[in-house]
Design a protein around this ligand. Structure first.
Ligand code: DLL
Length: 422
């Protein structure tokens, strides 16, 4: 099976645009009809006639929304349906403590499953393949989203959830896991345990990983050590969860965004203006088909660019964005040099013998920010080697401390890589 929904995934670009225009108009009218918060927001922005937005070129007239809007309206303030129509919720917690909530009707769950099933099939999943779902089944959208999609794609679900890594490895072996899914850093953790247990998993072929930015170096490590092809799956609580926004195909030429369900804009983070294709900015999403809580111009905080609107050689026609570089709020500026944690990761993994666990420690020495890298490595790698390579690749000179394998702390969910110390 090559496509889960051949017709939708290979619509001509003109047909995609026509569908988006029609769905955009409908969703704007829908939120204005069913939600006071959107109505007030648009009225406050002086848009008495927001409902007349008819096409994509008028989209930039509408105000953007952000996580702030979700937090202000917690838990039901952005909901467009009565509670009797809700069937599921998920939430993510952020730095402020007030969670961001996504609500789902039965139709929304179908839409989520459809997007996820397309991702699985794009990665090469076949009905009956054993899929091991390692994100937790709970408020985090990862576990359930992967589950709904796997049901839809007819896969054999092995719902381990997170934790008990040794058991994960045993189960993968016993149930012939072919598709391994999860948060990137947890996949790396499982890899380590496999190495310790000296287990190889012959049927394992596909990795579906996301929830964090990961460098090409990390992807290569995962692929070569597990002997799999690793796919980069994208989505978030506010757009309806994992996989809603798409994934890369085996040709690795960007993340295919499911454009019949979502409109992508890339905005200049400082001015909010739409950037031309090819320029990096803040990914901004409009959901076209969601009922309980649609987003219109949601500023995700994620940085990427549109790489192509041309048909991909895989046959899919929806536009492609570059893998996420980082978030608007995770760029680091040390001694005048700007960089993202992902760049440090890439540079570290170029050093032979360096392993996948690391920490970026930002400390203030006499009022000046400085950076220290703690990284696990095999015997023979010295702090000096790490410092020298990072200086060459990134243009600044952090202090590098090398740790023995297995000694830096691990997390079960998304990994914390950057630590601030005074
Ligand atoms: O992390 C959904 C997810 C689960 C995606 C499992 C993939 C796998 P949230 O907890 O709401 O949802 O976090 C969303 O995670 O805005 C990005 O900053 C980041 N993120 C998600 N996927 C990727 C990816 C899930 N493929 C936030 N690459 C997003 C880089 C990603 N960052």
């Amino acid at each position: 099976m090559k496509y889960f929904s051949p017709e939708a995934e290979t619509l001509s670009q003109d047909a995609v645009k026509a569908l988006q225009n029609q769905r955009l108009q409908a969703i704007v009218q829908y939120v204005l009809k069913h939600n006071d918060y959107y109505r007030k927001k648009y009225a406050d922005a002086g848009l008495s006639d927001a409902g007349s937005v008819r096409s994509l070129d008028q989209l930039p007239l509408l105000p953007t929304i952000s996580k702030e809007d979700f937090r202000k309206t917690y838990p039901f303030g952005m909901c467009c349906v009565p509670q009797s129509e809700l069937r599921e919720m998920h939430q993510s917690s952020g730095s402020t403590g007030t969670p961001v909530v996504m609500l789902y009707t039965a139709e929304d769950l179908e839409q989520w499953a459809e997007c996820m099933a397309r991702c699985y099939v794009m990665a090469g999943a076949e009905p009956g393949d054993a899929i091991q779902i390692t994100p937790s089944f709970g408020l985090f959208n990862g576990g359930f989203g992967m589950y709904h999609g796997a049901r839809k794609a007819g896969l054999f679900i092995v719902p381990t959830g997170s934790g008990n890594t040794e058991r994960q490895v045993r189960i993968a072996k016993d149930f012939n896991t072919r598709i391994f899914t999860g948060v990137v850093s947890y996949a790396v953790r499982v890899l380590e345990v496999m190495r310790e247990m000296k287990v190889t998993l012959p049927p394992l072929k596909i990795g579906v990983f996301g929830a964090e930015s990961f460098s090409e170096g990390m992807r290569q490590r995962i692929e070569s050590e597990l002997g799999i092809t690793a796919f980069d799956i994208y989505g978030m609580t506010e757009t309806g969860g994992v996989g809603t926004l798409g994934q890369d195909c085996p040709l690795r030429c960007g993340l295919h965004v499911w454009e019949d369900h979502y409109i992508v804009e890339v905005l200049d983070p400082a001015t909010g203006k739409v950037l031309p294709d090819g320029e990096t900015g803040e990914v901004t999403i409009t959901s076209l088909t969601r009922k309980a809580l649609p987003v219109i111009r949601f500023r995700t905080g994620d940085l990427s660019k549109i790489v192509s609107r041309e048909k991909c050689a895989c046959g899919r026609t929806h536009l492609r964005i570059a893998p996420i570089t980082g978030r608007t709020d995770d760029m680091l500026i040390i001694k005048g040099v700007n960089f993202f944690p992902k760049q440090v990761e890439n540079a570290l993994l170029e050093i032979p013998g360096v392993l996948t666990q690391y920490q970026i420690i930002i400390e203030e020495v006499h009022g000046v920010k400085d950076i220290r890298i703690n990284v696990e490595a095999e015997e023979g790698v010295s702090g000096y080697m790490v410092e020298k390579h990072l200086k060459e690749r990134l243009g600044f000179s952090p202090k590098g401390d090398v740790f023995r394998p297995g000694t830096l702390p691990r997390q079960e969910g998304k990994a914390q890589r950057v630590f601030y110390k005074n």
